[in-house]
Design a binder for this molecule. Structure first.
Ligand SMILES: [Zn+2]
Length: 345
């Protein structure tokens, strides 16, 4: 098996014209979407993927060959990491990104939360005693919203229609932001006050990646909804009068709370860092500020394993997080195969 793979890799080097000394030999499995096409490279899970003549392919829908995979299709890639960071693909699988029942429920629940907040002109969450707690006034216009909107539009990947995206600012002094599965995005005024546009792009890129990479749906289908989320859902559903709506909302609220309540697994937080950084890079913002930004968050909120912050979520220690990003930069951006999609900001 090992020998076969090595022979295949040799064929790939010939195609790519890379010297044999570039082999790092790390086996890589990527699960994500086709983020971009950059010259002859595919960008999947934010990684630069090189296709060879021996790369095996499986696809459906419009993905009849590697060349025809549409941006935004779900991707699985198996390959080897070369020393320059590129992943030489041995196998590629591309599938249409359909909408299942879990996703429909999640979008419905986030639509409902958004509508409630817009009507109340504030973001509310069920507190531990069941009472609704306000997180701050909600704004959908004004200079702060315009600033956030401009950054979001710039980092938005091609498969997301900007018309589908809403951007809100929440009056709250904390450093926080969130993108829900229905592409409503909430940015705290405290974050806006203390971050420059590059740093805002890094935070918003991370949040946006949770939405584009469908982490709510993936997490829900992995049945990782916790007891805490279930409890909060019951409190939320208790406010609904109609019985039928109540049971439908109960499930939906669980998912909504999952979205809002730092419940993403560490794996998804790492992926959001990785993919968010790619959005920042392609938009021409200064992605090199990312590791330092995590240290700033750590200095403000403490370098704990879990911090009550959407951006932090269930994340690795910020030191680990910064180190992971340094590795991302070395693998994908230090010797860029081509320039960012947009001119530097
Ligand atoms: Zn996150």
């Amino acid at each position: 098996m090992m020998r076969t793979r090595l022979v295949m890799l040799l064929a790939i080097w010939t195609v790519a014209g890379l010297p044999t000394t570039t082999l790092a030999g790390e086996r890589v499995k990527l699960t994500g979407y086709l983020d971009y096409r950059k010259g002859s490279f595919l960008i999947v899970d934010a990684q630069r993927v090189q296709v060879g003549t021996n790369t095996q392919f499986k696809g459906n829908g419009r993905a009849t060959s590697i060349q025809t995979i549409p941006i935004g299709y779900e991707m699985k890639v198996k390959g080897m990491r070369l020393q320059n960071g590129t992943v030489a693909a041995l196998e590629i699988e591309a599938r249409r990104n359909g909408i299942g029942s879990t996703e429909k429920q999640i979008v419905a629940s986030t639509d409902k939360a958004e509508k409630t907040w817009v009507q109340a002109k504030q973001v509310v969450e069920p507190g531990p005693d069941g009472k609704q707690v306000s997180m701050g006034a909600l704004h959908d216009s004004g200079p702060q919203v315009e600033r956030a909107r401009k950054i979001v539009n710039r980092i938005l990947p091609a498969q997301v229609n900007p018309m589908k995206v809403r951007v809100y600012v929440v009056d709250n002094k904390e450093w926080n932001a969130m993108a829900m599965a229905n592409y409503s995005i909430y940015v705290f005024s405290g974050l806006m006050a203390d971050m420059d546009d590059d740093e805002m792009a890094i935070v918003l890129g991370h949040e946006l990646a949770h939405a584009t990479y469908e982490h709510s749906r993936r997490q829900a289908s992995k049945s990782q909804i916790t007891g805490i989320a279930g409890q909060a859902a019951a409190l939320g559903a208790g406010m609904i009068k109609n019985e039928t709506a109540k049971s439908a909302a109960q499930q939906a609220t669980v998912l909504s709370v999952t979205t809002f309540g730092n419940a993403f697994s560490r794996e998804y937080e790492d992926q959001a860092d990785r993919v968010g950084l790619r959005y920042v890079y392609e938009a021409g913002y200064d992605y090199t500020k990312a590791p330092q930004l995590w240290r700033r968050f750590a200095a403000k909120y403490g370098d704990q394993d879990q911090v009550t912050n959407f951006f932090f979520g269930n994340h690795s220690l910020s030191t680990k997080r910064a180190a992971a990003l340094e590795k991302e930069i070395a693998n994908n951006y230090r010797n860029p195969a081509d320039l960012p999609s947009k001119a530097p900001k």
